[in-house]
Design a protein around this ligand. Structure first.
Ligand code: HEC
Ligand code: HEC
Length: 359
């Protein structure tokens, strides 16, 4: 569990060590330690790598036909996720599962709904070579990146002039950018003692969230991302939803092959959840209140009242955070059109960068 040492650090930092033991030990029920949720902490990053990763993240150069970037499915304007039930990759192929937010993903104990990637760098290689997403290979992508002057210069400056453009360094820079994408919210200010940072209804909602047991699963700095849990712990979700059970519905089972892991998913973060809909791994929910109500029923065996649902939603809205200052790609760094004419499966490298970006 990555969150624990950081919590310990936060507590150490909060300790004024000149105080006597007696005052230092004084706690109130409102200290972060008593809460299942902790305020989020920024991560120390190398800004040179962040700037490199930021452009890669927004650049369709990483896709087989030059039309899809990481940001296509993880839009900063949509809370780091996308406005679709399941993803649309190159050549308009519909993917099997909803795209989770990249914001604060650093604090997830593993990546992907089924946890098949151990960390952000490990994850970043996946979509590039996934035929339904970006559909190419690093062997194809590397020469295209080498041919772009901006990248050639920056990679050499950050990673040294001896063969700096490698899969390892590309994914390292993207992961560094993602580590930068931490979004503190009004709720963090509340947790740090600023009671008025959120409305009375949101405070009531947080209390209900705790009282009914949501933090059994949605806890820690990310209100999620610390464990796998069964979707439909108390009541069968897939019967209720109807339709075919897809491979994606099997969740963690796809990684371990163990029956006990069927329909287990990484508990998603609730940070920014109010703006990342549609919700659930299958993108089946278009209403946040209904997603909350269903959670109470499926995961806790609780019928939440309309008022409880509304209060919890008011609380969830306070988890919508602020992007860090340099998160967005400046206009002057917007990549030129990378579209590869006639790319049908095999990408033709070198045919990029000839058209000016529009807008
Ligand atoms: C075509 C859409 C698409 C593109 C392009 C795409 N992703 Fe994703 N991303 C997804 C989907 C869908 C998932 C969930 C897949 C799963 O869990 O099986 C995902 C998962 C992730 C996760 C894991 C988050 C979590 O909480 O588990 C991260 C991080 C991520 N993507 C980053 C990236 C990066 C970096 C790129 C570019 C190199 C990228 N994605 C490109 C759709 C996309
Ligand atoms: C037993 C563990 C567990 C409990 C308890 C639980 N959840 Fe969840 N929650 C999950 C899992 C697992 C998912 C992912 C399910 C899926 O996508 O199929 C999830 C998904 C969600 C989502 C959708 C997130 C997204 O990005 O799609 C919301 C909102 C949510 N939970 C809120 C709540 C609330 C509010 C409560 C309390 C009423 C609660 N959860 C209780 C495990 C739990």
């Amino acid at each position: 569990m990555r969150a624990l040492p950081l919590v310990a650090l936060a507590l150490l930092a909060a300790c004024d060590c000149n105080k006597t033991d007696e005052t230092a030990a004084t706690t109130t029920p409102e200290t972060p330690a008593a809460e299942p949720v902790q305020p989020i902490e920024p991560v120390e990053v190398s800004m040179d790598k962040v700037f490199l990763g930021r452009r890669l993240f927004h650049d369709p150069i990483l896709s087989g036909d030059g039309t899809v970037s990481c940001a296509t499915c993880h839009s900063l304007d949509h809370g780091g996720a996308e406005d679709r039930a399941t993803s649309l990759g190159i050549r308009e192929q519909v993917g099997p599962i909803n795209s989770p937010t990249v914001l604060n993903a650093h604090y997830n104990f593993v990546q992907f709904w089924d946890g098949r990637a151990t960390d952000l760098q490990d994850q970043a290689g996946g979509p590039v070579e996934n035929p339904l997403e970006m559909g190419t290979t690093f062997t194809d992508v590397i020469p295209r990146i080498q041919a772009d002057e901006w990248y050639a210069e920056r990679f050499a400056a950050v990673y040294g002039s001896d063969d700096p453009i490698t899969k390892e360094n590309i994914t390292d820079a993207i992961a560094e950018y993602e580590r930068y994408l931490i979004t503190p919210s009004p709720f963090d200010r509340y947790l740090r003692g600023e009671t008025d940072a959120i409305s009375e209804q949101a405070r009531r909602g947080y209390q209900t969230f705790k009282d009914v047991g949501c933090p059994t699963c949605h806890l820690g700095m990310n209100l999620g991302g610390t464990m796998f849990q069964k979707m439909g712990l108390v009541e069968n979700y897939f019967e209720l939803r109807g339709g075919e059970i897809t491979e994606a519905d099997l969740g963690r089972f796809n990684v371990t092959g163990r029956d006990a892991d069927r329909h287990f998913f990484k508990v998603p973060t609730l940070r920014n959840v109010a703006i990342t809909g549609p919700w659930y791994h299958d993108g089946s929910q278009t209403d946040l209140g209904e997603s909350v109500r269903l959670m109470g029923r499926l995961q806790l065996g609780q019928r939440l009242s309309d008022e409880q649902v509304a209060d919890i939603v008011a609380f969830l809205v306070t988890l919508t955070g602020e992007l860090p200052e340099h998160a967005r790609l400046p206009d002057e760094e917007a990549p030129p059109s990378r579209a590869i004419p006639g790319a049908e499966g095999d990408a033709e490298p070198a045919a990029h960068g000839t058209t000016e970006a529009e807008g």
